[in-house]
Each structure stands twice: as structure tokens, then as C-alpha cells.
Design a protein around this ligand. Structure first.
Ligand SMILES: C[S@@+](CC[C@H](N)C(=O)[O-])C[C@H]1O[C@@H](n2cnc3c(N)ncnc32)[C@H](O)[C@@H]1O
Length: 278
């Protein structure tokens, strides 16, 4: 399994000096997020697809602490971002720990909204990013389609919908993958995979100061496939979709560089981006 959050160089956040107490959102951020690299990639893909046009508004669906939204406003003074999440708790954490580190001008260019991405009108955007596989929560095709329709309606002309996805034979095994960080150890635990439904259950654990914190985050997901996602995008109106596949390092691991492809490669584990074009 790719340890979807973290098998690439670009996804490796620099270790921070983490002090007590145990802070699950901080550890999550360090272990699985790489918002600085993510926003540069989104800008690059927009340029790749739309040539001279520049994106301004990023919407981060399933934003949790909105780390990506914060990086987007830092990238350019014309940028605005909107983070959407059902749960106010991680958004409040993000306000306290990430937004508070921005200057006041940057803070004015971010809005965090508590909303279900399945319902109501979503704010307009040039790029909608739904990453770390959060749409895998939607197990039924009609529910995922409802989400894609909602996204499509909300997007500006030439807008991009950027999703990440992972797969490979290893992600159907029940295995636990461990990554040591400076202050803690991160575990990606693949508990269960059902080939009949393609549903899978994962947990994140952390070891910190000789104590293992089990099941700190859990994910009851459906493992969607690239063709399923592209077909759904086409059904709701996206005029094109592209796949950006990760390159391979000399050691045979993902190298954190994603290029547009028309064919992938059979491997034990892989991560890719799917980009829907309005
Ligand atoms: C795995 S976290 C996402 C973290 C973040 N996107 C990242 O890059 O790491 C999933 C988030 O999705 C939110 N969420 C789940 N269902 C949602 C829905 N229907 N609408 C909006 N947010 C939802 C949860 O509250 C949670 O904060």
C-alpha cells in the first residue's frame, strides 16, 4: 500500500519541533500533508491545462484544518481560498494554528465555511481540490455523482477539479506501514479490504513518548478506481479529465513528481491525481 499520505519526497513535511501534549492534528499534518508542494502543483496543472489564464480562487473541500487554503493565499497576493468542512472542530484547530500564522492581509483572503459538500450551493472557484482521498467516504455511486454535480455547478469557466487517488495490489492487503518522524512514529494500518464491495477500512496510529495512540483517525472508505472517477466526471459535464501519474525514484519509490499520462503502470502501490476540466 502506498501509505497514501506519504510515500513521496514531496509529501514529506519537514519535522517540526513538537512539544507536549499529544496533538493529533499536528502529527497528522506532519505525517500526511504537504500543502506547500500541493498548491504549487495545482497552479502548475492549471497553467498546463489553461495556458495563459491564471487561477485566483481555490476551494479546498474536506479542508479539516485548511492547511492547503493557507498555503494558497501565501503563494500569490491575488489568491483567495475557501475551505469547506462538515466539522467545525478541525477548522477551529486550523484557525488557531495555521490561519493565525498568516499576516492580517493574507487572513482576509481566506474563508472557512462549515458545510456539507453534498448539499447547498458551494462557493465558486477556479480550482476545487479534494485531497487525501476524502471523497472515498462516499461509497455509493449516486452519492459521489451528487458531489461531482455540486462541484461542477460551482466551478468557474475553465475551472479544474483536482482529486487524488491511490491503488495497487498492496493496498488490498491487511498490513501496517510505519514511518518514523523526529518526534513520533506514524502508522498507516490497512485493517480490511473487501473485494466484493471494494470497501476498505484504515486507521492511523501514532507512537509518542513511549505510548501508542491507536485509531486516532479512522477511514471507512470505498476504493474508487481511476476509470470510475473519470466516467463520473464526464457524466456530470466535465469536458475533459486528465491523469497525473507519479514518477519513480532510483530506489523504486514515488518521487513526488506527477506528469500527465494516458497509461499507468502496474505496481504494488501508486498515487495519482485526476483533474476534471470544466
Ligand atoms: C481525511 S480529512 C481531510 C483532510 C484534508 N483534506 C487533508 O488534505 O489531509 C476528512 C475531512 O472531511 C470532512 N468531511 C467528511 N464528509 C464531509 C462532507 N460530506 N462535507 C464536508 N466535509 C466532510 C471531515 O469532517 C474531515 O475533516
Amino acid at each position: 500500500m502506498p501509505n497514501p499520505s506519504k510515500n513521496t519526497a514531496s509529501r514529506k513535511a519537514a519535522s517540526k519541533n513538537t512539544q507536549l501534549p499529544f496533538d493529533k492534528y499536528d502529527f497528522y499534518n506532519q505525517a500526511v500533508q504537504s500543502p506547500e508542494a500541493d498548491v504549487k502543483f495545482y497552479r502548475q496543472v492549471y497553467k498546463d491545462v489553461n495556458k495563459s489564464k491564471r487561477p485566483r480562487v481555490l476551494r479546498e473541500d474536506f479542508c479539516a484544518g485548511a492547511a492547503i487554503s493557507c498555503e494558497w493565499v501565501k503563494l500569490d497576493p491575488s489568491h483567495k481560498s475557501i475551505g469547506i468542512d462538515l466539522d467545525q472542530v478541525p477548522m477551529d484547530y486550523g484557525k488557531e494554528h495555521y490561519l493565525s500564522k498568516l499576516n492580517s492581509e493574507q487572513q482576509k483572503r481566506i474563508a472557512l465555511i462549515q458545510q456539507n459538500v453534498l448539499s447547498g450551493q458551494l462557493p465558486a472557484a477556479d480550482i476545487v481540490a479534494a485531497v487525501n482521498f476524502s471523497y472515498f467516504f462516499f461509497k455509493k455511486r449516486e452519492v459521489l455523482k451528487q458531489y461531482f454535480q455540486n462541484v461542477y455547478k460551482s466551478m468557474n469557466k475553465d475551472g479544474l477539479f483536482i482529486l487524488d487517488i491511490f491503488g495497487g495490489t498492496q493496498c488490498t492487503d491487511a498490513i501496517e506501514d510505519r514511518t518514523k518522524h523526529k518526534e513520533f512514529t506514524y502508522y498507516w494500518d490497512q485493517k480490511h479490504f473487501d473485494p466484493v464491495t471494494n470497501e476498505a477500512y484504515f486507521e492511523i496510529h501514532f507512537r509518542y513518548k513511549n505510548k501508542k495512540y491507536e485509531g486516532v483517525f479512522s477511514y471507512d472508505w470505498r476504493m474508487w478506481t481511476i476509470p470510475e472517477i473519470r466516467e463520473l466526471m464526464a457524466e456530470v459535464g466535465f469536458k475533459d479529465s486528465y491523469v497525473y501519474w507519479e514518477g519513480t525514484s532510483r530506489k523504486g519509490l514515488g518521487n513526488g513528481k506527477f506528469d500527465r499520462v494516458t497509461k499507468g503502470e502496474a505496481c504494488l502501490s501508486w498515487i495519482a491525481y485526476i483533474v476534471g476540466v470544466k
